[in-house]
Write a protein that binds this ligand. Structure first.
Ligand SMILES: [Zn+2]
Length: 193
């Protein structure tokens, strides 16, 4: 069995499904079972915030295996990908992970500030969080992070209209008809990093 490493922690509650109260179990793209396996996957959750991480409601939540994430990234044009990556390089300030042994507190600390705009979770109406998981563990390295609604709008503006159309086609095929993901997409184009 793999030895527990310092940057692997049990998935904190904030990354649980609000719909079920448990783990997000399956890839929204290919329905692969995630939480009982050793596949790497990303979680995106969007919140409406009342008092930051103290009081919020979930707008949407999903998990996606890295194979589906790669396929989604491939639908972005080279130019769009380059724009996003240079924006991240210029603006992203990833917090230093300080493990105190109180994982939920540490995670809230990590997610309390937008990595692109430095806005604080309790001062903004909407934000999204991203985490990298494997099985029932969250891997801390770059992830997890928080992006404010405002920063997300700026990122979407870096994507060309043509790429937005392709992203839409891709996700239409991915979900193959009405699904939870189709509903999420009605809220705007999704970007998972
Ligand atoms: Zn998948």
């Amino acid at each position: 069995m793999e030895k527990a490493r310092a940057n692997h922690i049990d998935i904190p509650k904030i990354f649980y499904s609000d719909a079920t109260g448990g783990y997000l179990e399956r890839c929204i793209g290919c329905d692969l079972e995630l939480c009982s396996g050793d596949t790497d996957y990303l979680i995106e959750k969007a919140f409406k915030s009342y008092q930051g991480l103290e009081s919020y409601s979930t707008i949407f939540e999903y998990a996606m295996c890295l194979t589906c994430v790669d396929r989604m990234h491939q639908t972005l044009s080279e130019e769009s990908r380059a724009n996003i990556s240079s924006y991240f390089q210029k603006h992203a300030k990833f917090p230093n992970w300080v493990a105190s042994g109180q994982a939920d507190n540490d995670i809230n600390q990590q997610l309390s500030c937008c990595i692109l705009t430095a806005e604080k979770a309790h001062e903004i109406p909407e934000f999204q969080i991203y985490g990298h998981c494997r099985g029932k563990e969250l891997i801390v390295s770059g992830y997890p992070f928080m992006i404010s609604g405002k920063a997300m709008d700026m990122l979407v503006e870096l994507i060309s209209d043509q790429t937005l159309d392709e992203l839409q086609n891709f996700t239409d095929q991915l979900v193959g008809g009405p699904s939870e993901f189709a509903d999420i997409l009605k809220l705007g184009p999704r970007l998972i990093f």
